[in-house]
Design a protein around this ligand. Structure first.
Ligand code: CTP
Ligand code: K
Ligand code: MG
Length: 180
């Protein structure tokens, strides 16, 4: 029962989980803020690039399309009813995850944190909040139908756990500069 909820929550958030990791692998190139500062601090910093954002969004949408193609066998195998992703929902989840992460960098710079500095809480939830808001904005009927209160609760607990573990793994593998 709880495992079923975890499976559905994980599946539903997959298009939002992948973008940040894809951005880490694809990042580099021109920063979104073009080097601009506000006061003596950068607006976003060199860690938020056009390439990373585009690659992250595309990776999330691509994964959603793969999920749509295999939803029936995976649902049958797990014995749960998994949702499909209409294109607006997929784009909302993936792009929203990137926007949430970018918004967090803005807050980090405003609060005096350098690129790469940790902001516990914000680091683990920025992209979830962005993904949920954009998914709701881009496809509200899908959002309401898909995110019941139990699913939403599991997402909010599961996501920080997954975020911490995947980032430690990426750090150990040498693809990420900090373990958060
Ligand atoms: N990245 C990117 N574009 C994004 C998000 C991430 O290019 N929109 C890449 C960058 O190379 C970045 C890396 O992924 O350094 C890790 O992402 P993240 O931890 O979010 O960035 P930080 O470098 O830690 O910067 P910040 O302090 O602003 O979060
Ligand atoms: K981040
Ligand atoms: Mg970081």
């Amino acid at each position: 029962m709880v495992l079923d909820l975890v499976a559905v929550a994980f599946w539903t958030m997959l298009p939002a989980y992948v973008p940040n990791n894809a951005a880490v692998l694809a990042g580099g190139g021109a920063p979104i803020d073009g080097g601009r500062t506000w006061g003596d601090r950068r607006l976003l910093g060199d860690g938020k690039t056009w390439r990373g954002t585009a690659a992250g969004t595309l990776a999330g949408v691509a994964l959603a399309l793969v999920c749509n193609a295999v939803v029936d066998p995976v649902s049958a195998f797990l014995g749960v009813s998994l949702p499909t992703f209409p294109l607006p929902a997929a784009v909302g989840l993936a792009f929203g995850a990137m926007v949430g992460d970018i918004a967090a960098s803005f807050l980090k710079r405003r609060s005096g944190r350098q690129r790469g500095a940790a902001f516990p809480g914000l680091d683990q939830l920025d992209f979830v909040v962005g993904a949920l808001l954009f998914a709701a904005a881009f496809d509200l009927p899908w959002f309401v139908e898909t995110f019941s209160l139990p699913i939403l609760s599991v997402v909010l607990v599961l996501t920080p756990v997954l975020h911490v573990t995947t980032n430690i793994a990426a750090y150990v593998l040498g693809v990420k500069n900090e373990p958060w």
